[in-house]
Design a binder for this molecule. Structure first.
Ligand code: ADP
Ligand code: ADP
Ligand code: ZN
Length: 213
């Protein structure tokens, strides 16, 4: 089961991808998480990526494509995977398709989590992420049991720098310019599925499960 999550920043891709990964027992591959782990570990890739991420810009395709193509070729991806945050541009989608086609494979589901722009800034300013395990919460909609503390690992929750409103607006513009065209790209391929991301987290997940079977 090879799944791609599409949607604006803050639409709930990560939240849903984690549940899909757990239900279908496939890896959740988040390029944002991979970059953040590299930044934390001070790698060269992390330092390069950070200059773009801090401004709300996309990291250049050449820094992300090989990384993902290698990752999906790993043993644990044999049964499939859920890609969250990749592809984000048409060239990234084409590169993924070309790499898969070499082995006679293809993406099976592109799930677009639809949330209007008006809701996004609120979603992002309420997002809190765990510094240690990457779990995400929302101060109003999906609060942790204890304020500011991760339910899973007990570490501190923070507001990501790039979730502050001024950066979010940049990220939304870039989403519309560079990532939204992927909706047509996958629609043309006949694998686009739309879900209403404004519903409660559990209802969105039920819609997705109905699609994946
Ligand atoms: P969100 O889902 O909230 O938009 P992510 O965690 O997916 O955020 O990504 C955070 C940042 O990492 C992006 O704003 C971008 O700078 C960078 N990034 C992640 N994935 C990609 C990608 N596939 N291509 C380019 N940049 C990426
Ligand atoms: P993305 O990966 O698309 O950037 P996230 O999954 O990180 O988005 O979700 C963005 C924010 O919205 C987080 O704070 C998350 O807890 C919250 N969220 C996710 N799904 C829902 C939902 N269905 N309703 C309300 N808030 C949600
Ligand atoms: Zn945690």
């Amino acid at each position: 089961m090879k799944i791609i999550m599409l949607g604006a920043p803050g639409a709930g891709k990560g939240t849903q991808a984690k549940q899909i990964a757990s239900k279908y027992d496939i890896p959740h591959i988040s390029t944002g998480d991979i970059f953040r782990a590299n930044i934390k570990n001070g790698t060269e890739l992390g330092m390069k990526a950070k200059t773009y991420m801090d401004k709300g810009l996309l990291v250049p395709d050449e820094l992300v494509v090989d990384l993902v193509v290698d990752r999906v070729a790993a043993k644990d991806c044999e049964k499939g995977y859920v890609l969250d945050g990749f592809p984000r541009t048409i060239p990234q989608a084409e590169a993924l398709d070309a790499a898969l086609a070499k082995n006679g494979e293809n993406v099976e589901f592109a799930i677009n989590v639809e949330v209007p722009d008006e809701n996004i800034v609120k979603r992002m300013s309420g997002r809190r992420a765990c510094v240690a395990c990457g779990a995400t919460y929302h101060i109003e909609h999906i609060p942790p049991k204890t304020e500011g503390i991760c339910d899973t690992c007990g570490k501190e929750l923070i507001l990501r720098d790039d979730d502050k409103p001024e950066t979010v607006l940049n990220r939304l513009n870039i989403y519309h310019e560079q990532t939204q065209p992927l909706i047509d790209y996958y629609n043309t391929k006949g694998i686009l599925k739309e879900v209403d991301g404004t519903k409660d987290m559990a209802d969105v997940f039920n819609e997705i499960v109905a699609i994946l079977g």
